[in-house]
Design a protein around this ligand. Sequence first.
Ligand code: LFR
Length: 495
Amino acid sequence: MTAKRILAFDFGAESGRAIMGELESGKLRLHELHRFPTGFVEVNGKCLLNVLSFYEEILAGLKKYVREFGPVLDSIGIDTWGCDFGLLDGQGNLLAVPYSYRDSKTNETDKIIQKKMGKDRLYSETGIQMLQINTLNQLIALKERERTVVDHASHLIYLGDLLHYFLTGQITMSYTVNSISQLYNPVKQAWADEVFEAFGLPRRIQGDMIYPGQRVGMLDGQIAAECGLDPVPVTAPCIHDTASAAVAAPGGGEGAAILSSGTWSIACLDLDRVVVNEKARELSISNSGFAFGRNLFAKNVMGLWVLQCCKREWQKKNPGISYPEIAEAAEKAQPFTRWLDIDDELFFNPDTMCGAIRSYFAKTGQKPLGEDQIAETARTIYESLAMKYRRNFDKMAEAAGFEIRELNIIGGGCNNRFLNQLTANVMKVPVMAGPGEATAAGNIMIQAAGLGLFGSLDEIREVIRNSFPIEYFLPEDVDVWEKRYQFYRERVFHG
Ligand code: LFR
């Protein structure tokens, strides 16, 4: 086959990237063209998304593509984090600057949910993990605080769809992002009307969904001309980044669990069915829409966010400090001196993460750590992450009747060899790490499927296996880790 060139824009919580994938002779080669910040902007105490700067960065990425590769491009597609959205009026105008899910507006929505619907009923209707970042929580908060915006809204548009809309003029509703909104019923495969009713949300914002691989439209002619591109289609990948990443998990399939490791760590099982049962409800596990009609049974862990925030604070005194240096220092620190429940709400969006960790130690009667004890703090974060992975995977496997024989860690976090090893030790299964660029790769492969190049996940994963180096980590010191895990179960997770 002649080489196909497909451009992915991958929006992660720390940065966004334009990555071109060249598909030729059963191999995928990635070229990073452009990188830009995506963090939220604080205005009048609100955490907002700078969506117009995202649009400008996309144009900058397109121009860089043309400069390097010329005017011919086969497809463009965007993936982003989930949950965040804009609201459009009947003329397609954005009614307000979209919020970031880290904004504190949702702090009290838990109580409203409990009062108006009850968490158990909400879980039965949606099969989604209770998280204050969910689209439902954000809509409830908007309705309470900024009612006119909701009253005037004709369309709910997720971040990735909004960016596609800027590029094509087409208003779409991503199936993969919508599936994790808590507005969708995965068993009925339809909007969760009971949820709209319980919270008084307007049904007119429900749109027709666009599925992975479907065409959004053509890149707007004026944009194409400005960037120097020939006409090019915009194709929906799995717009939800976690689903995009799981597409490119080479070990995915029977017996292989997937951990998408980044700002959030998402524990996933790739299933051919939706699981909404008692055990899934107890641990609050999500049924997250995936590609080729499959379901990602998934659970969010606070992830590397805690470390990312600490790093920003450590950088004030150690400007050059990098993730590899932090991991190296942690590796040399004494093991198991302290513990954290990495999902504690103290860590969601504190003014200072090092301070939040100190508060956690104080509330659990542990000795404090100084701001400069980077190695010890990082070690405790890594150990706590690995413990939480084990705990979630154990429960998820039980709820889904899945036997985990191997774990595939993908995404930027899989470059952390130390954390990979700890995870293998406590999970007691081999860990295969890679690719780090799973999200962009998965985005590109689903666009390629939309162009008719692939017909199944198996075909896609074979190309991924042939294209990226994968590293293996075998469990070590399993008895020591098992003992410590039992401590966590009793003292930290309480079950
Ligand atoms: C990962 C992710 C998760 C989602 C969280 C917030 O980047 O998309 O899947 O739960 O971000 O949207």
